[in-house]
Ligand binder design. Structure first.
Ligand SMILES: [Zn+2]
Ligand SMILES: [Zn+2]
Ligand SMILES: [Zn+2]
Length: 345
């Protein structure tokens, strides 16, 4: 009898069973054919702007440069490259009057889901996929994330901004047009809160950032997918998904607010290359990705932003939902090896 290995996350009190005995190779997850989402009319396509609320941010094609705009006076701009709109069915909605919301939140007497819920339309091309997109377009996507993060994070009722992407119907994308979502909440959600607290504790005990340590310790390890002077892409030690990987910036920063032009370009290239590797390895799987960051100025020294990518290759059932303990049938070292073989930069 060979025991399965149990592993604990770098930061979270989260356990995973690496059940390689029922193991499959990552390529066994390859899907037969891509299931297309059918939308009769796509409200996110160029020409259908009137079907959505006015944009809160637009990147417009200018004379050789990109112009930043908003829709105003009932007019909807059409020559956009990136378009950010409020979600028609928001999970969190802005206060009617900011002053009221600030008071409500301060009094802790409001059960209202105050915040923002936005859709970032990543390209005028309906089928744009970051795995195949132009780097110039992906740079605009990242700049869009940063611009919205900047505007939302200074609102007095916003404590956290979650930036994420669902790709494929099984991963929760109800519209097939390339888009990300941005949700600003009046509290710090559980997973980032636990990560931030664990990093703070580590910093107090060791005077070091835990993520900088992870990057250092994982350098040259079998879990590294790609590594250069700007970023590390790695399959985390206690991955809970087959082919899960994280993109970690080498430069210490709590959020992506102050990313420079060169870093944005490098991030765009790495994001594209790693998503392309995933796409080619298992035939375009559904996935979710999300940023972890902190907006708290005091977290600047001990927290370190990163992107986590979760391919949807297994279905979580009773045990996972009931206990928060996961079973991963592919060793992170195997996931990293397969991705490493195929990644091109
Ligand atoms: Zn579309
Ligand atoms: Zn760090
Ligand atoms: Zn994280």
């Amino acid at each position: 009898m060979v025991y399965n290995e149990i592993r604990k996350d770098y930061l979270l009190n989260r356990w995973v069973v690496i059940a390689t005995e029922r193991s499959r190779r990552p390529s066994d997850f390859a899907r037969d054919a891509k299931e297309q989402i059918q939308n009769s009319v796509c409200p996110l396509c160029v020409g259908n702007e009137h079907m959505t609320p006015p944009a809160v941010l637009l990147y417009l094609k200018g004379n050789g440069e990109i112009k930043k705009e908003k829709d105003c006076d009932g007019v909807r701009c059409k020559n956009w490259l990136v378009r950010v709109i409020p979600n028609l069915f928001p999970a969190f909605a802005p206060p009617k009057e900011t002053i009221d919301a600030t008071r409500f939140v301060a009094e802790e007497s409001c059960n209202c889901a105050i915040g923002h819920h936005e859709v970032l339309i990543e390209s005028p091309k309906h089928d744009e996929d970051p795995a195949d997109a132009e780097i110039s377009q992906l740079k605009l996507l990242i700049k869009g994330y940063i611009d919205r993060l900047l505007e939302l994070s200074i609102k007095p009722y916003v404590e956290y901004v979650s930036i994420f992407r669902n790709y494929g119907r099984e991963a929760g994308a109800s519209l097939s047009h390339a888009h990300s979502q941005i949700i600003a909440t009046p509290f710090v959600p559980r997973i980032p809160a636990e990560e931030i607290a664990a990093s703070k504790k580590f910093y107090q005990e060791n005077q070091k950032c835990l993520f900088c340590e992870i990057i250092k310790r994982e350098t040259g390890s079998p879990r590294i997918v790609f590594d250069n002077s700007f970023f590390s892409v790695l399959a985390p030690y206690a991955s809970i998904h087959p082919l899960e990987f994280w993109i970690l910036p080498k430069k210490h920063a709590a959020s992506l607010l102050r990313l420079g032009e060169a870093e944005i370009e490098e991030f765009a290239k790495i994001l594209k290359a790693s998503l392309k590797a995933l796409k080619d390895l298992v035939n375009d799987p559904p996935y979710n990705y999300g940023f972890h960051l902190s907006l708290n100025p005091s977290a600047e020294e001990y927290y370190h932003w990163h992107l986590e990518v979760y391919p949807r290759l297994s279905i979580w059932a009773g045990f996972e939902k009931n206990t928060g303990v996961y079973i991963n049938t592919v060793k992170p070292e195997t996931s990293a090896k397969e991705l490493r073989k195929i990644i091109r930069l």
